[in-house]
Design a protein around this ligand. Structure first.
Ligand SMILES: C[S@@+](CC[C@H](N)C(=O)[O-])C[C@H]1O[C@@H](n2cnc3c(N)ncnc32)[C@H](O)[C@@H]1O
Length: 239
C-alpha cells in the first residue's frame, strides 16, 4: 500500500507557531522532504521545525529553483514533475512523506504544484495548514487585517503591474507578498495614491532578525526576500 503524502505548513518563522497536528505528523513521519533553492543549504522551513524532528526520520533535500514562473514555466514544470516522481517512489515503498512549506501550504507555495501531480496519480494527500506570514504580521502589530464587511486584497509583486494597481485601487486592506521582486515600483505606486503613511513592511517575521519599516524611502532600498507589506487605508498603524 502506498504511503500518505503530507503537505505541512511550518508557519512564517517562530517554531512555537507549529500546530499540534503538524508536530504529531513530524514525529511519526518516515521521510521529510525539505525543498531548497540551493542544495546543501538547509531551507528556512527545515530550520523552523528542526527541533520537532526525531533522529530516526530520513530527511531528503529536494531542489526547487527560484526562477520566474511566467518566464521559465517549462523548466519549473520539469523540475516539479521529477520531484513528484521521486516522492512517488518513496510512497510506493509504503512510507509516509512530509513536504515542508514556509507559512501555509496553500499560499504561494511550490508544494501546491507537486501536490497536483501526486493527486492526478491517485496518491492520498493530506494538507496541514500553517500560519500564513501575513496573518502573523497582523498579529505581531495588533492590527486587524479586516473588520466587519471589509475586503482584503492579496497580491504578489511578481504579478503584472496592472494587476497590482487594480488590487491597490479596489481594496481598503491590502497584503503585498514577494515585495522584494519590485519594492521600488511598489513605493512609487503607494506615493501616487497618497499611501506613503498607510503601510508597514515586516521582514523575517517571527525570526531573530525580524524588522519593521514604515518609511517610504527605506522601502525603496534593499529589502530581504522574506518581506510582506500591509496597507491599511482607514486604520492608524501605530507600532
Ligand atoms: C513563496 S511565498 C510563501 C508564502 C507562505 N506560504 C505563506 O503562507 O506565507 C514567499 C513570500 O511569503 C512571505 N513570507 C513568508 N515568510 C515570511 C516571513 N517570515 N517574513 C516575512 N514575509 C514572509 C514573503 O512575502 C515572501 O516573499
Amino acid at each position: 500500500m502506498k504511503g500518505i503524502f503530507y503537505g505541512l505548513g511550518v508557519g512564517p518563522g517562530d517554531p512555537d507557531l507549529l500546530t499540534v497536528k503538524a508536530h504529531k505528523i513530524l514525529q511519526s513521519a518516515d521521510v521529510i522532504i525539505t525543498p531548497t533553492k540551493k542544495m546543501g543549504k538547509p531551507s528556512i522551513a527545515y530550520r523552523i521545525v528542526e527541533s520537532h524532528i526525531t533522529d530516526h526520520t530520513r530527511v531528503v533535500e529536494m531542489s526547487f529553483p527560484m526562477i520566474s514562473l511566467s518566464a521559465e514555466r517549462e523548466t519549473l514544470e520539469k523540475q516539479w514533475k521529477e520531484n513528484a516522481d521521486e516522492i512517488e517512489k518513496i510512497l510506493e515503498e509504503g512510507k509516509s512523506v512530509v513536504f515542508l512549506t514556509l507559512g501555509d501550504p496553500m499560499v504561494f507555495s511550490t508544494y501546491s504544484y507537486v501536490m497536483e501531480y501526486l493527486l492526478e496519480r491517485g496518491v492520498e494527500v493530506v494538507t496541514l495548514s500553517g500560519v500564513p506570514s501575513f496573518c502573523n504580521l497582523a498579529a505581531q502589530i495588533n492590527v486587524p487585517l479586516t473588520q466587519g464587511e471589509e475586503s482584503l486584497g492579496i497580491v504578489a509583486m511578481t504579478q503584472p503591474i496592472e494587476e497590482i494597481q487594480q488590487i491597490l485601487d479596489a481594496h481598503r486592506n491590502i497584503v503585498i507578498m514577494k515585495v522584494s521582486a519590485d519594492n521600488k515600483r511598489l513605493a512609487e505606486e503607494l506615493e501616487k495614491r497618497g499611501l506613503e503613511n498607510s503601510f508597514v513592511l515586516v521582514s523575517n517575521i517571527g525570526m531573530e532578525n525580524q524588522s519593521m519599516i514604515r518609511d517610504i524611502e527605506v522601502l525603496k532600498g534593499d529589502i530581504p526576500y522574506l518581506s510582506t507589506l500591509l496597507i491599511k487605508k482607514d486604520y492608524d498603524i501605530t507600532l
